[in-house]
Design a protein around this ligand. Structure first.
Ligand SMILES: Nc1ncnc2c1ncn2[C@@H]1O[C@H](COP(=O)(O)OP(=O)(O)OP(=O)(O)O)[C@@H](O)[C@H]1O
Length: 262
C-alpha cells in the first residue's frame, strides 16, 4: 500500500435515469468511460476539461460522495466506499460549504469537535491551520464579514485541520476575481509545499492548470469522457506566466481544446 496515493482502474460512471410509471424507460449514457490513472503521493494533480465532461463526477467518486458504476477506485490501496478523513474536500461554493452561524474559528473546529477531540486538543490544531492559511487575525469573524478568498481559506483550513492525506479541490477559485484567484493559487502552492499533501484539483481553466499542476490529466469531451493524456510539467515553482516554458505549455494544452470544438 502506498500512502497518499490514488489509483483508478477501469472506472465507468452512468447516472441513473429518473424512473416514472408514465415516462418511457430511458438509459442514460456513460458520463465516464474506462478511466485509468495513478496519482502519486505528494503530487499536485489537475483534472482539466470542458464543462460537463465529468471532472466533478470523478472527483466526487474519489471523495466517496458518489458511487461508481464499475471499476476500482483505490485511495491508499483501499477501495473507496464512503467519504473519509483521509480525503479533505474544498468546494467551489464556499457559502454552501461553511456554516454562516459559526465564526471562522468555530467552522474550522467543527469537524474535530464532531470527532470528539477535546477543546484542549482542538485549540492548537485550529490555530495552526488558521495560521497556515493566513486567517489567524480573523478567527472571530463570521462568514458574512469575509471576502470570497477568505471563505475559501476557511474551507482549506477546515480540511487541513483534519490532517487528510489528500486534498481534493473542485474549482475552488472559479468564483473569485482574477487578482484574488492568483493570490489564492500562490497560497495553495505554498500550503502544498509546506504540508506535502497530495492535491487533486479540478479546473476548466487552461492558465490555472499550467500555473499549478505537476501533472495535468486532460479529459475528452462529454459524453463517455476519458482521460486523453496526462502531461507532466517539470519546470519549477514559483511559475512565471510570462516565461517561455509557460507559453509553450499553454499552447500545448490549448491544442486539446480547439475553439468551436466540443
Ligand atoms: N446527478 C446527476 N444526474 C444526472 N446527470 C448528471 C448528474 N450530475 C451530473 N450529471 C451529468 O454528468 C455530466 C458530467 O457532469 P460534471 O458536473 O461531472 O461535469 P464537469 O466536467 O465537472 O462540469 P463543470 O466544469 O461544468 O462543473 C454532465 O452531462 C451532467 O449533466
Amino acid at each position: 500500500m502506498i500512502k497518499n496515493s490514488i489509483e483508478l482502474k477501469h472506472v465507468f460512471k452512468k447516472y441513473q435515469a429518473p424512473t416514472s410509471f408514465f415516462a418511457p424507460k430511458k438509459e442514460n449514457p456513460f458520463v465516464l468511460q474506462d478511466i485509468n490513472l495513478k496519482i502519486a503521493p505528494g503530487e499536485f494533480h489537475i483534472f482539466l476539461g470542458r464543462s460537463g465532461c465529468g471532472k466533478s463526477t470523478l472527483l466526487n467518486i474519489i471523495a466517496g460522495f458518489l458511487p461508481k458504476t464499475s471499476g476500482q477506485v483505490l485511495v491508499n490501496g483501499h477501495e473507496v466506499a464512503a467519504p473519509g478523513r483521509d480525503r479533505g474536500v474544498v468546494f467551489q461554493n464556499a457559502d454552501a460549504a461553511i456554516f454562516p452561524w459559526l465564526t471562522v474559528y468555530e467552522n474550522v473546529s467543527y469537524g474535530l469537535k464532531m470527532q470528539h477531540f477535546s477543546e484542549k486538543e482542538r485549540t492548537p490544531i485550529v490555530n495552526q491551520s488558521l495560521k497556515l492559511v493566513g486567517l489567524d487575525q480573523h478567527a472571530n469573524k463570521y462568514p458574512y464579514e469575509l471576502s470570497g478568498g477568505m471563505k475559501q481559506r476557511v474551507q482549506i483550513a477546515r480540511s487541513i485541520s483534519n490532517d487528510p492525506d489528500i486534498l481534493i479541490l473542485d474549482e475552488p477559485f472559479g468564483a473569485l476575481d482574477a487578482q484574488t484567484r492568483r493570490i489564492m493559487q500562490d497560497e495553495l502552492i505554498r500550503i502544498w509545499q509546506k504540508t506535502k499533501k497530495t492535491i487533486l484539483f479540478v479546473t476548466h481553466d487552461i492558465q490555472e492548470a499550467a500555473y499549478l499542476g505537476q501533472k495535468i490529466s486532460i479529459f475528452s469531451p462529454a459524453p463517455a469522457s476519458n482521460i486523453y493524456k496526462t502531461i507532466t510539467v517539470d519546470y519549477p515553482y514559483p511559475r512565471n506566466v510570462f516565461s517561455k516554458d509557460n507559453e509553450q505549455l499553454v499552447t500545448e494544452l490549448n491544442n486539446y481544446f480547439p475553439i468551436g470544438g466540443r
